[in-house]
Write a protein that binds this ligand. Sequence first.
Ligand code: HAS
Length: 549
Amino acid sequence: MIKSVKSLSNQDSKLVMAHLYVAFIALFVGATCGLLQTLERSGKFQLPAGIGYYQILTVHGVMLGLVLMIFFILGFMLSAQSKTTGGYNKTEATLGWIGFWIMVVGTISAAIMILLNEASVLYTFYAPLQAHVVFYIGLALVIVGTWIIGFIIFKRHARFRKENPGVQTPLLSYMAVITMLMWQIASIGVAVTVIFHMIPWALGWVDTVDVLLSRTLFWYFGHPLVYFWLLPAYMMWYAIMPKIIGGKIFSDSLARLSFILLLLFSIPVGFHHQLTEPGIDPFWKYLQVVLTFLVVIPSLMTAFSMFATFEMRGRELGAKSIFGWFKKMPWKDVRFLAPFIGMVFFIPGGAGGIINASNQMNQVVHNTIWVTGHFHLTGAAVVMLTFFGITYWLVPSLTGRTLTAKMNKLGIVQTIFWTVGMTIMSTAMHWQGLLGGPRRSAYSEYVGNADTAAWGGYQIAQAVGGSILFIGMVIMIIIFINLAFFAPKGEEEYPIAVVYDQAEKTPKVFENWKLWTAVTIALVLFAYTIPLFDIIQNAPPGAKGFKLW
Ligand code: HAS
């Protein structure tokens, strides 16, 4: 009889799987709404039963951008830390469940309000759009739950250091700590605006809200939010991908350094989402744009590191030229293929980000559907393809099952659907955006001149891409259910690479948490203190709330 072997203890496997179940339910609900949106925007289809466009747009953004990402990422990071540090003790696991359930209660509360059409405020819930107070309380609970899980990640890392003096901490645990440190510092901004602005205002305790201040606090959190999505993908690229191709990590130091840089520079850059907003002094916008260009550097370092990993493995297998590795990669292994295509998507996705961050060009693309194209390339393609790539081995390794050749093949089909669908949809979004097509609008069929006449065609292309993506999502759910409940029992590897023997030793300063936290906070204070005072002192009269439904 074949033995079922799990890669983590029963206790830790259950905790991680609980997170993944919620993530995949969110994928199903959110992506279904995505399809409905593209169909509605094509002008050929009307939502039935009085369902509003902004209602499903809110479900789509909240379910995918917040719920799916938060639950998948926390689940994956808990698994990676448990695997590399030796697992959680009883107290840590209990705290993990408390955090999980608080997030679930928060998610359900917010979801009910959206479904009742009492919170059609999109995932950014910009004031003065106003939602039911339960929606904001739900979001606050989700944040509190993430803080508890973050605390466990810090605690486990500290325990490893205490129990193993002089031993270098595991790379994946280190990366999880950086990711959560960034998240904890950044989410204070959104927590402050939700607790001190949104909740009292939604309860009617105050009449008006300071729109600029609440948006600024949101974007202080909003950019690190997207890096919170990206960093776990980088964890996979740096520490797991090399093992899947049979190679080693190019440099532990380079990986840790790029994470430190991402921590330092990903928070004080929120103004690049507000470049067109009045009320913020241009000097501070300029400064944050400079910092935005600095945060591009660790991503370029990541690209360099990945090319080096592929090249070194290629040469080991007999490749002779810089790109000789291309022929040597395990293309038929979906654990490689899906994240690799994710990396390729980051080349245009990252270039688009640099365009967005460039002040003059931002004036052309801001609030057009170009931006939607940008974050479908980055979030929905780069990150999601990597997360799908993780799912193929993580789920069976936690449930004591195996990824069969049949599921591997279906995974390749899934990857093709996702790649083709996302390419068609996001290209059409970028083009329509350049022609001025607005984002976040159901009413985009305006035909007034030669440019806008083309919008209809691009919107139909988006609906075609969206339909292909929907099929890709259904295939992914089938694979997830198979790997969680039906795949044959056995042992699936939790792949973790080791570092190249010739790599430089990692400097001890990387583990100096007081230093990195202090520098991060100093940078945040530098970039935000004066403009925030300015915004508060010269605040325009507060705005009354309004609803889109
Ligand atoms: Fe962004 C808006 C700037 C990256 C997500 N972004 C958004 C929004 C989202 C989002 C969700 O400055 C919309 C928010 C909303 O609702 O309004 N973004 C950037 C910049 C980067 C960037 C400078 N964004 C991301 C990532 C995201 C994401 C990552 C999600 C995961 N973004 C902006 C700006 C706006 C914005 C403005 C506001 C626009 C507006 O006006 O509203 C950079 O981090 C990008 C750096 C990346 C690179 C690429 C490195 C390439 C790598 C791949 C290597 C490939 C290999 C394979 C090895 C420089 C690492 C090779 C194989 C071969 C075959 C060749």
